[in-house]
Design a protein around this ligand. Structure first.
Ligand code: NDP
Length: 496
């Protein structure tokens, strides 16, 4: 890989400081960033290179400060095409002609910046002929990718009028997580799971991704977005796709992304009658969390005091294909819940005939739990005989914890994805047809809520597991599993 210049639009923002620069530093430490690399932050705020560097150093734990000699800043308004000559001049100062544009601005700029890059001719790749600087061009687009189907289609069309699909990297940092990628290894590197990974043996799948925080200082952003757009349409449906996809012929960008897109295209559309029965929305109200009172959502800064934005969502998704017909996928996300956890539970079917009674009212079905975060790992739950007289069975966990292999940190996802992008590999990035297929499924839900403002939005106290009404959508098959912080803790009253 030749050295590259990473141009971050939104260089003065929160994402750059908290995630992107620490991730790039990790790549620098590992020697992935080649001699001659540079990182150019772009924003309207006025900073010198030195001020930019100093502002970032305070945001992380950086052992080798020489990294910051490669960081630069350009103050410009990226909405104004006339100012791109400033960008060109600045880029000409660098040795490398390979540019990776990172769009980390408010989403309203995701269409404007690419068009301005095109006007400035900065989208054009250059071959390395006769010693002239070669020039690859790539663009990373941060989430959210679209506000609804229409805006996602429009954004794709603008991006594709500037770059080829191969040059576009729509990032979903969930796909950079080791434990998410491990779903693929679990399914396709082992022969024991595939024969039972279907509607004949699997009863239901539960996917929970909850947080124990509110919206922090992001009220202004979150209130116009809500849980469906923020978590479900991208991250959770991506997890569902990895659980549900067919084995790709190759682990390569085309083949892998074909299978992901196929899952999205197989999601069974929800009719207007289905929506109120299959989806429960909630919004947190004031409640006690770990002995302290947390305020309600409508009292958060930047939130409309009559807001109808959902901070909790639980839904039942069905997939219409041979493998999954009739198997419900239950998805749940929420803010201000008792703990922060993301996990997938595969519930296998009950044995056809029960010989033994189960002690302590334990769940009788085998479960495979894939813990994405924290306490990354896996647990397989199965029944064993309770020692002693009689013949009772009890469920026990067999676990694997990822920290036996390596210590994983949150920042690893961004550095992994940045590395893939620098290598030009977009396997782990979302393709345009997949984004649109996902929106095609979720868009009718947003429309339904808009056209039916009286659709219930249940209040739930901060620190609880969400509205009790969410139990209704799962009650035919069972109950929601409220995970403990510790993966192998199966006690009812576990640490949260
Ligand atoms: P911030 O509000 O902190 O930063 C926004 C950045 O965009 C600032 O650097 C701002 O710089 C710049 N900007 C805004 N308008 C313009 C303009 N017209 N021309 C040039 N620069 C502009 O947002 P975040 O960093 O939190 O988020 C950035 C994007 O990343 C958002 O789309 C967000 O949804 C997404 N994201 C953020 C995450 C996070 O953890 N923060 C996580 C996942 C996605 P200036 O004002 O100096 O122009």
């Amino acid at each position: 890989m030749d050295s590259q210049i990473v141009i971050i639009f939104g260089g003065s923002g929160d994402l750059t400081k908290r995630k992107l620069v620490p991730a790039l530093y990790k790549l620098y430490e590992r020697g992935v960033l080649k001699e001659g690399f540079a990182i150019l932050g772009v924003g309207r705020s006025n900073f010198s290179d030195l001020q930019f560097r100093e502002g970032l150093i305070s945001g992380g734990d950086y052992g080798d400060k020489r990294f910051f000699d490669n960081l630069f800043y350009l103050s410009m308004d990226s909405a104004n095409p006339d100012e791109y000559s400033l960008l060109k001049d600045r880029l000409n100062e660098f040795k490398s002609g390979n540019y990776l544009f990172y769009l980390a601005t408010p989403p309203s700029m995701y269409e404007i910046i690419p068009q301005n890059l095109k006007i400035a001719g900065l989208n054009r790749e250059k071959a390395n002929v006769d010693g002239v600087k070669s020039g690859s061009r790539r663009v990373i687009v941060e989430k959210p990718f679209g506000y609804d189907l229409e805006s996602a289609v429009r954004m794709n069309s603008v991006l594709k009028s500037v770059f080829y699909e191969e040059q576009i990297f729509r990032i979903d940092h969930y796909l950079g997580k080791e434990t998410v990628q491990n779903i693929l290894a679990l399914r396709f590197a082992n022969s024991i799971f595939e024969p039972i990974w279907n509607r004949h043996y699997i009863d239901r799948v539960e996917i929970t991704a909850v947080e124990n925080m509110g919206i922090e200082n992001r009220g202004g952003y979150y209130d116009g977005v809500g849980a469906l757009r923020d978590m479900v349409q991208n991250h959770l449906i991506q997890l569902l796709a990895l659980v549900a996809m067919e084995p790709p012929v190759l682990y390569a960008k085309q083949e892998f992304r074909d299978e992901v897109a196929k899952v999205y295209k197989s999601l069974k559309p929800l009719s207007n009658d289905d929506i109120p029965n299959r989806i429960v929305r909630g919004q947190y109200i004031a409640g006690e969390k770990r002995g302290e009172m947390a305020k309600g959502y409508r009292n958060e800064r930047g939130v409309d005091e009559a807001s109808h934005t959902e901070t909790f969502l639980a839904m039942r998704v069905n997939i219409s294909n041979w493998r999954w017909d009739g198997v419900p996928f239950y998805i749940r996300t929420g803010k201000q819940m008792p703990t922060k956890v993301t996990e997938i539970i595969i519930h296998f079917k009950q044995t056809p005939h029960r010989l033994f009674s189960c002690r302590d009212d334990c769940p009788e079905q085998n479960q495979l739990i894939i813990r994405i975060q924290p306490n990354e790992g896996m647990v397989l739950k199965f029944d064993v005989k309770v020692p002693g007289s009689g013949f009772n069975v009890q469920q026990v966990p067999m676990d694997f914890s990822y920290d036996k292999l390596a210590q994983l940190t949150d920042g690893d996802a961004y550095s992994k994805l940045l590395e893939e992008c620098l290598n030009g590999d977009n396997t782990l990035f979302t393709r345009s047809d997949a984004v649109e297929a996902s929106w095609r499924y979720f868009d009718p839900i947003l429309k339904f809520w808009k056209e039916n403002p009286n659709t219930p939005l249940y209040g739930y106290p901060a620190g609880s597991w969400g509205p009790l009404e969410s139990e209704k959508i799962i009650e035919v098959e069972g109950k929601w599993t409220n995970p403990c912080k510790n993966l192998t803790n199966t006690n009812l009253y576990c640490e949260l």
